[in-house]
Design a protein around this ligand. Structure first.
Ligand SMILES: [Zn+2]
Ligand SMILES: [Zn+2]
Length: 393
């Protein structure tokens, strides 16, 4: 396949050679689409026309119907998470297959699909030991060129999906077909927030019926943790957030109590848990401070699950004595400990039976042009989940 111009190779000398090189590039990257391109960390994304790579025998090209704006996109855009640039972010998405390679058997053109941002290889140690969400090569797609910009510069897909664009090209094992009775908005949210939040409760922490659950941080994932706790049969479900306006959404998602994240928070949570602290606590923020708060509000012998992604310089401290005395278990949740292609049918069933309501997370809709504004809203802590519809004319 023709390599895109990377700024280091020398330009062809003759006009004829230049024309040939341009033709090769056009053949290797034939599909023009509009995309929100991140060129530098901390800068707004710009709407550009990029050209997607040609579909290989085991690839699919997908028109993006709905894509959520997730905290991980924010972390990639501000440099907290590393990503080769320029890149097209967006990883929580549902789309329609518009082209499928000759060897693709799991989906066909016209199928609606959920895009997976973890594609297990099925061969590495993690994959063969029941932890496909920790696959060695799960995120390798994010550092592979999948498109070129107008000037021929290589473009990378954020978290190997790149859904802040009209279309994307991914390997066929990175998509899961969506049944007709599951809406595209719900399907998109299953791709990250719901899978992560519900998985954190059911798979990572394995919350037990009649237990008490504390959830700190109510974005799309936090609200999904609340829905998961309700699903698990927890009897006391305490939601904590610094925005009191989220109380209503928290209750709709299953919270039995809402506690504002202020100086009285610890007293309030202890009061609701017999003075002991919660059986299961979830930090959905990813700051040392909120992890510490959730840890302190977990009962002796209880379990804390860290779901939020934090910064590498934000150190959490535990004294050696308190670790012994409180005998708490610390879990860390990656993608809800879920195997996307195997487990999504279980989620479809939960939606059908009314036990799970991804629509309850949605606080706004927008177009691709709104992406920067929606990311800012997420950064301010006000938004829970915004969905964009990039593939719509
Ligand atoms: Zn996400
Ligand atoms: Zn693997």
């Amino acid at each position: 396949m023709t390599e895109p111009h990377n700024g280091q190779t020398r330009e062809p000398r003759t006009p004829r050679a230049q024309a040939d090189a341009a033709q090769d590039l056009a053949a290797a990257y034939p599909h023009e689409v509009r995309a929100a391109v991140l060129r530098a960390v901390g800068e707004p994304m710009r709407l550009e026309t990029i050209r997607l790579r040609a579909v290989g025998p085991r690839d699919v090209r997908v028109r993006i119907e709905q894509t959520g704006v997730c905290h991980s996109d924010l972390s990639l855009a501000n440099g907290k998470l590393a990503q080769k640039l320029p890149a097209v972010l967006g990883h929580e998405a549902c789309g329609t297959v518009v082209e499928a390679g000759a060897e693709v058997t799991n989906v066909q053109v016209g199928d609606r699909v959920i895009l997976l941002w973890i594609t297990p290889c099925r061969h590495c140690y993690a994959c063969t030991h029941g932890q496909p969400y920790l696959c060695d090569t799960a995120s390798s797609g994010s550092s592979e060129v999948y498109a070129v910009a107008a000037d021929g510069e290589p473009v990378y897909p954020g978290l190997a999906v790149g859904s802040f664009a009209e279309q994307t090209v991914v390997p066929c094992n990175s998509v899961v077909p969506v049944p007709d009775d599951i809406g595209s908005e719900a399907a998109a949210l299953l791709g990250c927030a719901v899978m992560t939040g519900v998985g954190a409760v059911m798979r990572t922490a394995q919350v037990e019926p009649d237990s008490s659950v504390l959830v700190i941080g109510l974005g799309g994932v936090g609200l999904s943790v609340l829905q998961g706790a309700r699903l698990a049969g927890a009897s006391t479900i305490i939601a904590v957030d610094r925005h009191a306006a989220k109380a209503q959404a928290a209750r709709a998602a299953g919270a039995t109590h809402f506690v504002p994240a202020d100086e009285d928070m610890k007293k309030a949570v202890r009061g609701l848990t017999g003075g002991r602290g919660a059986d299961f606590a979830f930090d959905c923020v990813g700051l040392a401070q909120t992890i510490r708060d959730a840890w302190s509000l977990t009962r002796r012998g209880g379990a804390l699950t860290v779901v939020g992604i934090g910064g590498k310089d934000d150190v959490v401290s535990f004294s050696a004595l308190e670790m012994f005395y409180f005998a708490r278990t610390l879990h860390v949740c990656v993608a809800g400990s879920i195997d996307g292609s195997a487990d999504l049918p279980w989620f479809f069933e939960l939606i059908r039976s009314g036990k799970l309501d991804p629509g309850g997370l949605v606080t706004g809709h927008g177009r691709l042009t709104d992406v920067n504004q929606k990311l800012e809203l997420l950064a301010s802590g006000e938004a829970m989940r915004t969905l964009l519809a990039p593939g719509r004319p």
